[in-house]
Design a protein around this ligand. Structure first.
Ligand SMILES: Cc1cc2nc3c(=O)[nH]c(=O)nc-3n(C[C@H](O)[C@H](O)[C@H](O)COP(=O)(O)OP(=O)(O)OC[C@H]3O[C@@H](n4cnc5c(N)ncnc54)[C@H](O)[C@@H]3O)c2cc1C
Ligand code: FES
Ligand code: FES
Length: 478
């Protein structure tokens, strides 16, 4: 093991690699988590085994690496022999200018170590966060399929037990604090230390996955002298699956939550597949997506429609509130200085409830929503007894459509001619903005269309208007 000393806790992993270590295989493209040129692999212990996940080094901070193994493209061929993934890229002509190639190689390294035999869609999902301008994706997909045919057989697979033992030693309960009272990076392991630090330093920046905070540093050039990292506290990573409720600690990543949320409602799984990229989902957290108060975050509308509650803690105090009440206004949330978002409790669907969620964005993969819609209908016989509807991208906060919910009450599932009037009520609930993602009229029109689509799905039909939009011979959706 090599000892590394870091001077600046705000430093990104990419800057440390390229500027301090002069390991320049890892590339800098966008510097905001979008292009994947800076992808590195992070090894973590999960259930006693080492798992490798891809991460964007440009928005990952050095303190995130505590207790992890970092593998970069510069590590892959220490004896000059290419790693199987690199060799497959050569064999299938997967590189032209080569700028994106180290990032692709590291994304595929993590796929290689996931084992199994990934299908075309698995490979496409894996590289959705890696952009290539010249080669095109066909040869890269072929290289991935070729490299990932069998069980992993490289230096890391050979040393898996040794690496697991080293990581086991690092995953202790020792709190880490670097710096002074005025400027520091704290990486506490114990819940009490985290609560104490947050209460004593209400001006500190809480950092979970830094898929937002990282950009404050690299794009907004903000100075963040006090950083408190939440990721090592076990309670914040807890996933508790009970009969009626799924509870997620606030630092549970999208990747960790994905299977549980998909089991709760398949549409949530599908939205998560399209949220960011594999790199973003392995770092970004459900709690960060709520705490940032964004009006266009994907999770809040779905969680609000499901009736989720959140638990907040400050020192010994704790309080519980309905998630929808957390979002007060644009940039204003119901969170006191020094208070931490601790846990999210999500009620499971009852037998007479149905849930639908749809994300509208210009690109299918890795794009921020223009409109994010979520619907929960309670059915009684052939009528809608009640509905909970929440939208993102339609107002200054993720918000419920109370007038429309009222208009849907008692609506007959066998009377689709009555649905449009109810959908038109959305104009009473929202006065959306025009911005670079969409115009106000597009947002309102598509919100109404999404509600109608959900109602058609509720009765098990595909809406004719949307079927017509599919190219000849193709299904509109699968
Ligand atoms: C390339 C890219 C693509 C993206 N795509 C999407 C997308 O498709 N959909 C989407 O919704 N988002 C997207 N995002 C945004 C981002 O992934 C989310 O907002 C993410 O959930 C933030 O979580 P985090 O753990 O990274 O939070 P951080 O960046 O660490 O923190 C975000 C905010 O939450 C605060 N915070 C964190 N933890 C706590 C806590 N426990 N208590 C109180 N406050 C806390 C921080 O102080 C900060 O204000 C994307 C981001 C990138 C870079
Ligand atoms: S440099 Fe583009 S994702 Fe990091
Ligand atoms: S090979 Fe040139 S960007 Fe991908």
């Amino acid at each position: 093991m090599v000892e590394h000393r870091i001077g600046n806790p705000m430093q990104t992993v990419l800057d440390y690699l390229r500027l301090d270590l002069r390991h320049r295989g890892t590339k800098e493209g966008c510097n905001e988590g979008d292009c994947g040129a800076c992808t590195v692999a992070i090894g973590r212990l999960r259930g006693g085994k080492v798992c490798y996940e891809p991460a964007n080094a440009c928005i990952m901070l050095m303190a995130h690496l505590h207790g992890c193994e970092l593998v970069t493209v510069d590590d892959l061929s220490p004896d000059g022999r290419l790693h199987p993934v690199q060799q497959a890229m050569v064999d299938h002509h997967g590189s032209q200018c080569g700028f994106c190639t180290p990032g692709f190689v590291m994304s595929l390294f993590t796929l290689y170590h996931a084992g199994g035999k990934p299908g075309r869609q698995d490979i496409a999902n894996q590289i959705a966060g890696n952009l290539c301008r010249c080669t095109g994706y066909r040869p890269i997909i072929a290289a991935a399929a070729d490299a990932c045919r069998g069980e992993p057989n490289d230096l890391w697979a050979g040393a898996a037990d040794e690496i697991a033992a080293e990581l086991g030693k690092l995953n202790d309960s020792v709190d880490v604090f670097c710096g002074t009272g005025e400027s520091f990076a704290a990486v506490p392991a114990r819940a009490e230390t985290l609560l104490d630090l947050a209460a004593r330093h209400p001006d500190a920046t809480l950092v979970a996955g830094a898929t937002d905070v990282g950009l404050w540093i690299t794009k907004q050039m903000r100075s963040l002298p006090k950083l408190i990292f939440t990721g090592r506290v076990e309670a914040l990573h807890a996933i508790t699956d009970r009969v009626a409720t799924l509870s997620l600690g606030s630092a549970v990543t999208y990747a960790e939550a994905q299977g549980h949320l998909a089991a709760l409602a398949p549409d949530m799984g599908e939205v998560l597949r399209r949220l960011g990229s594999v790199q973003v989902r392995s770092s970004g957290t459900i709690g960060g997506n709520i705490a940032n108060g964004s009006p266009i975050g994907d999770m809040p509308p779905m969680l609000i429609a499901l009736g989720a509650r959140i638990m907040l803690r400050k020192g010994d105090e704790q309080r519980d509130l309905q998630l929808e009440d957390y979002f007060i206004d644009y940039g204003k949330q119901d969170r006191k200085p020094g208070e931490l978002l601790w846990r999210i409790d999500i009620p499971k669907l009852k037998s007479n409830e149905r849930f639908f969620a749809h994300k509208l964005s210009k690109r299918f993969d890795q794009d921020i929503s223009a409109v994010m819609a979520a619907f929960r209908f309670t059915i009684s016989g052939r009528s809608i007894a009640s509905a909970v509807i929440a939208f993102g991208g339609m107002a200054a906060t993720p918000r419920r459509a109370r007038h429309t919910e009222e208009a849907l009450k008692g609506l007959k599932l066998d009377a689709p001619e009555t649905w449009e009037a109810a959908a038109a009520t959305l104009a009473k609930d929202y006065k959306p903005l025009t911005d670079m993602r969409a115009s106000a009229s597009y947002r309102l029109d598509t919100a109404q269309a999404l509600l109608l689509k959900a109602l058609h799905e509720l009765v098990g039909e595909r809406p004719a208007a949307l079927r017509v939009l599919a190219p000849a011979g193709k299904e509109a959706w699968t």
